[in-house]
Design a protein around this ligand. Structure first.
Ligand SMILES: Nc1nc2c(ncn2[C@@H]2O[C@H](COP(=O)(O)OP(=O)(O)OP(=O)(O)O)[C@@H](O)[C@H]2O)c(=O)[nH]1
Length: 278
């Protein structure tokens, strides 16, 4: 049977139109087919804010470190709050700049963690494949908390530490097996909470699985609320800013990148080997 460790993505269809395309920066106005001025850009830069939550020690910080620094962090240091930056070049002319917010899974942070959800474009909820309780908490704690503060933003569910499945498989037959979360259980939970994507990663053994998750997060977040992105002309009046934003948005929708459907197409092209896109 095909080993699903670190390799499969499942995209769930979104209910209704929950997303608003992102905005571009640095463009010059040109005439559009419909007569309205749009912003033609040599390069389109999109900002997106991604918040990562989940139980203590489930692997959030290690996942982000592996993506940002390409290193596996063996030692555990509890996180309070941290932010990281990452960029994903979707094409020569389209870059998504991610602001990745790492949070603490500790209940001591339950009252302050919600501050990090403000303006999020996408939330990654993590659990550990080696800890079934961390997956149960996705349903009982993390999903309700995320939905309270991010009612419509897409959620990715990520099962961390997928390498532990292989480790357990290779244990001598006499050794008692720990209870692990199966791929199907993870997928079922993702469907239950209405996640857009389910994926499994190993920050320890698979850089690709980590890159895939963060790139899918970038693609899925670029096209959501857009609130993580600053207006192109920060010093423009509110009215001009709003107009410009609307024009850029519709330009991107028509010409460049239109959120989920383009994200899926891009994904099929770039990561066809490692993703199942529904
Ligand atoms: N085997 C294995 N261990 C991992 C993996 N990812 C993380 N770990 C280990 O799990 C421990 C906890 O990881 P962290 O990333 O610090 O956990 P966290 O979710 O950020 O924890 P908090 O900061 O308490 O919320 C560390 O010792 C990591 O080395 C993985 O993919 N495989």
């Amino acid at each position: 049977m095909k080993d699903k460790v670190c390799s499969d993505f499942v995209f769930m269809p979104l209910k209704g139109d929950q997303r608003v395309p992102p905005m571009a920066t640095g463009g010059v106005p040109v005439a559009a087919a419909g007569g309205a001025a749009v912003v033609e850009t040599d390069s389109t830069e999109v900002k997106s804010k991604i918040v990562v939550v989940g139980d203590c020690e489930c692997g959030k910080t290690t996942l982000i470190h592996r993506y940002v620094k390409s290193k596996f962090q063996e030692t555990y240091t509890p996180t309070g709050f941290d932010t990281y930056s990452g960029s994903y070049n979707v094409s020569d002319t389209y870059t998504i700049h991610m602001s990745i917010w790492d949070t603490s899974g500790d209940t001591g942070y339950d009252r302050v963690r919600p501050l990090s959800y403000s303006d999020a474009d996408l939330v990654i909820i993590c659990f550990s494949i080696s800890n079934p309780e961390s997956m149960e908490n996705v349903v009982s704690k993390w999903h309700p908390e995320v939905r309270e503060h991010c009612p419509t933003q897409p959620i990715m569910l990520v099962g961390c530490k997928a390498d532990i499945r292989s480790e357990v498989k290779n244990l001598p037959p006499s050794t008692p097996r720990p209870n692990l979360v199966s791929y199907d259980q993870g997928l079922k939970t993702a469907k239950h909470i209405g996640a857009l994507v389910y994926s499994e990663t190993s920050a320890k053994t698979s850089q690709r699985s980590v890159n895939d998750v963060m790139e899918v997060a970038a693609l899925s977040s670029a096209g959501t609320s857009g609130t993580g992105a600053a207006p192109a002309a920060a010093n423009a009046s509110a009215g001009e800013g709003a107009n410009s934003f609307g024009r850029q948005r519709s330009f991107i929708r028509r010409k460049r990148f239109s959120g989920l459907s383009d994200a899926k197409a891009q994904l099929r092209k770039e990561a066809a080997k490692s993703c199942v896109v529904m």
